[in-house]
Design a protein around this ligand. Structure first.
Ligand code: SF4
Ligand code: SF4
Length: 404
């Protein structure tokens, strides 16, 4: 029987144009991403086949642009990751499901009633106007999330908006957008949450998280939290000021963009792009001077890349705008300008660009010291992100009931 199921899975892959060899190659890639050795590849393959048993899942959308859905859907030909994800029984997926109206609502209700499902949440939680800033068929989005998350085994928050509100929560955040884990903590819902950052999130990270779930935890949330390589980051929610601890898969956030950037050599040698359209840009120099936030952004973008690993932001010529970080819009805008201070990885701490020169040496040092002096002259040093005062004022105002 097991052999038959095995065969059926490979037949399904073959029908979609994926060879067994491609599949095993993909399993090796996943194992490496998770920090496992080659010996774990058969386990990974087994876990993916296990996915064929149609794990029930709901994909709910909050406030956002559905870019994460696009990220999942925009592949020219189905690859292994797509197939594996199709093998989830996504009983509700607002943007792309065929069901509509009462049938769609019934799919949510039936899944919640049966339990034993995963909740994938895309977009921010829209709490403004007592939850009326997001209505789905006249139900508050916040109520749908509370009901589904309470019954789910676990929640996977996909994309920056689901992580901490993302761009939807940018100042002045009129819709009261916040992240899923912060919202559930506020509501006293203890269902475990795993966060996958970036705008949009990387579909490979969704697949890897599912594989971790199936291999390491054997479908058990408590085991997943206890044994999966997760890291935690604490921040103050921008809306409520409450301290929230977020869970991330370790492999996604364990190094900076800068650590793995193919232009890193240019950074070290002091070869920078100073303006777009320049010869330096054509030569593929480092984008730090045109606003790259790679040194302070902890994600695996250069390693995983997008669109079947074809490219990623810096590779396509744009600086990293730091969408994998927290409060990324307020902290990183204007995107194509250097910041007044920069967090250089996890070891050096919060430094002014003028001090970067002291650690990179040579021409780069001179260039960055000059850059630091320029920043000082422009009045951009020393004050940190300029939004803090305004946000504190808004928090106070919203606590008093907002604008009347
Ligand atoms: S500053 Fe940006 S472009 Fe330059 S090496 Fe670092 S990540 Fe790459
Ligand atoms: S490279 Fe930077 S801007 Fe691009 S997706 Fe990653 S974190 Fe976001």
């Amino acid at each position: 029987m097991a052999q038959e199921a095995h065969g059926a899975f490979y037949d399904l892959l073959a029908v979609r144009g994926v060879s067994r060899r491609d599949f095993i190659k993909y399993c090796s890639y996943l194992a490496a991403t998770m920090g496992l050795t080659e010996a774990a590849v058969p386990q990974v393959a087994a876990a993916l086949e296990k996915g064929a048993k149609l794990k029930p899942a709901l994909w709910l959308n909050g406030g956002g642009c559905t870019g994460c859905t696009e990220s999942m859907a925009q592949v020219e030909t189905p690859d292994v990751a797509t197939i594996v994800l199709e093998l989830l029984s996504l009983n509700y997926f607002e943007t792309i499901m065929a069901a509509a109206g009462e049938q769609a609502e019934k799919n949510i209700a039936d899944t919640i009633e049966k339990g034993n499902f995963l909740l994938i949440y895309e977009g921010s939680v829209m709490t403004g106007e007592d939850g009326n800033t997001l209505l789905v068929n006249m139900h508050k989005g916040t109520d749908i999330l509370k009901e589904a998350a309470s019954a789910a085994q676990a929640v996977i928050s996909v994309g920056a908006c689901a992580v901490d509100g993302g761009w939807v929560a940018a100042h002045p955040n009129p819709a009261g957008a916040m992240g899923v884990q912060a919202f559930l903590a506020q509501e006293g819902i203890a269902t475990p949450v795993v966060n996958l950052p970036c705008c949009p999130m990387n579909p490979e990270w969704v697949v890897t998280t599912l594989v971790q779930w199936l291999i390491v935890a054997e479908d058990d949330p408590a085991t997943f939290l206890a044994t999966a390589p997760l890291v935690q980051k604490t921040y103050s929610d921008y809306l409520t000021g409450a301290k929230v601890t977020l869970n991330y898969p370790a492999y996604v956030v364990d190094s900076t963009i800068h650590d793995n950037c193919p232009r890193r050599g240019h950074f070290e040698n002091g070869n920078f792009v100073s303006e777009f359209g320049s010869e330096e840009e054509a030569l593929g120099y480092c984008l730090y001077k045109v606003g790259c936030k790679g040194p302070q952004t902890f994600t695996q973008c250069p390693v995983t890349r997008w669109n079947r690993s074809v490219s990623w932001c810096v590779n396509s010529g744009g600086p990293c705008i730091g969408c994998g970080g927290l409060n990324w819009v307020d902290n990183n805008a204007p995107f194509f300008k250097r910041l007044s201070s920069m967090q250089m990885g996890g070891t050096i701490g919060n430094i002014q660009p003028s001090t970067v020169g002291a650690v990179v040496g040579g021409v780069a040092a001179a260039a960055l010291v000059a850059h630091g002096l320029g920043m000082k002259a422009a009045g951009r040093t020393g004050d940190g992100p300029p939004m803090e005062q305004a946000k504190a004022y808004d928090r106070k105002r919203m606590k008093k009931g907002g604008d009347k």
